[in-house]
Design a protein around this ligand. Structure first.
Ligand SMILES: NC(=O)c1ccc[n+]([C@@H]2O[C@H](COP(=O)([O-])OP(=O)(O)OC[C@H]3O[C@@H](n4cnc5c(N)ncnc54)[C@H](OP(=O)(O)O)[C@@H]3O)[C@@H](O)[C@H]2O)c1
Length: 322
């Protein structure tokens, strides 16, 4: 993929989208097409049509989505399914009309069944009931995968859905009410250290195993896929192939181990108290990344280094006076 190809990154201000832009620029791609939500509402089919007709990007990274935590998903399921279906439908359809060469649609691991065998392989899609709290979101993302497959089958497009594991990184959400576990633990450990606390509360038993990937690593994997040689990419989008690729670290750890690592990096030397009145969720959730590994990609940034980078970003953006 040469340096001046025109690439549209949808959702470039989000956690995933901003990492994609950083990675593309680091690789020398300057011909990026970027629109804020205010400049282009992807829910508006006519606006999306005009945009693609005018800009004619050659590659598309679709990282715009209506996303939220368990509470938001559970209380606003109609918005989650309607907006995500609309964004994907508009972008995928207009990308086809505009002759886009390759498109990656970002989804998430919640597409896999609630009781999915671990690690979760791509072919486990649609093999069992989904987790009920984010079913609307998951179904929208599954429809996105099926759209990619259908357009590939009928129109010969090169559209692939990628499913990253839990991400963290620059620009993350550190609001304790709505954040994911890793940024929440960074904030809690930092604040506990500042107050000189002897202990810190961690939700749940600490026993569930989870997988985390630095957003820049996820972006590196996406750019790697986008630039795959034609014959390798063609295998992903072949007529009967499932155009789906997991993006993960390939390793998991317990929440207790994660809390320990974060405390070490932040410099909190108190002890953890586990609040077992809070739910643990599934005991283990980890993606099988052998498909991506077979294509030749593996994460570049280890968890320890990535957490240190995220902590640096947290301090810079939230506590510049510290
Ligand atoms: N974060 C994770 O841990 C994670 C893990 C796996 C997969 N993913 C996937 O990555 C994708 C992006 O997630 P994220 O965490 O980066 O979310 P995010 O930080 O909330 O970013 C989403 C972006 O989409 C934009 N957007 C939303 N609705 C739009 C619309 N109607 N028109 C134009 N732009 C719109 C948002 O702009 P505004 O803020 O201005 O509305 C925002 O810039 C999602 O598909 C998600 O499933 C994320």
């Amino acid at each position: 993929m040469n340096g001046d190809v025109k690439i549209y990154v949808a959702g470039h201000r989000g956690l995933a989208g901003s990492a994609l832009v950083r990675r593309l620029r680091a690789k020398g791609h300057e011909n990026l097409v970027l629109r804020t939500h205010a400049e282009l509402d992807l829910l508006d089919p006519a606006a999306v049509r005009r945009f693609f007709a005018a800009e004619r990007p050659e590659y598309v990274l679709l990282a715009a989505a209506k996303v939220g935590g368990i509470l938001a998903n559970d209380t606003h399921p109609a918005e989650f399914i309607q907006q995500n279906l609309a964004i994907q439908t508009n972008v995928i359809h207009e990308a086809w009309r505009a002759g886009v060469k390759r498109l990656l649609l970002l989804g998430s691991s919640c597409i896999y069944p609630r009781e999915c065998p671990q690690p979760m392989k791509e072919e486990y899609l649609l093999t069992g009931p989904l987790e009920s709290t984010n079913r609307a979101y998951a179904v929208a993302k599954i429809a996105g995968i099926e759209m990619c497959r259908s357009y590939n089958r009928q129109y010969g497009t090169h559209f692939v859905a990628v499913m990253p594991t839990n991400l963290f990184g620059p620009g993350d959400n550190y609001d304790l009410e709505s954040s994911h576990v890793l940024p929440a633990l960074i904030r809690k450990a930092h604040e506990a250290k500042q107050r000189g606390d002897k202990q810190m509360l961690v939700w749940g038993s600490g026993n569930p195993r989870r997988e985390f990937l630095y957003s820049d690593d996820m972006a590196d994997a996406c750019v790697f896929l986008l630039a795959l040689p034609e014959e390798r990419f063609a295998e992903l989008v072949a007529r009967d192939a499932l155009p789906l690729v997991n993006i993960g670290a390939g390793k998991d750890l317990t929440i207790a181990e994660l809390a320990g690592l974060i405390a070490e990096i932040v410099g909190f030397d108190g002890r953890f108290v586990y609040d077992t009145t809070k739910p643990d969720g599934t005991l283990r959730k980890v993606l099988d990344v052998s498909r991506l590994a077979a294509l030749g990609w593996k994460p570049q940034i280890g968890l320890r280094k990535a957490v240190a980078l995220a902590y640096e970003d947290f301090v810079t953006s939230h506590y510049t006076s510290v």
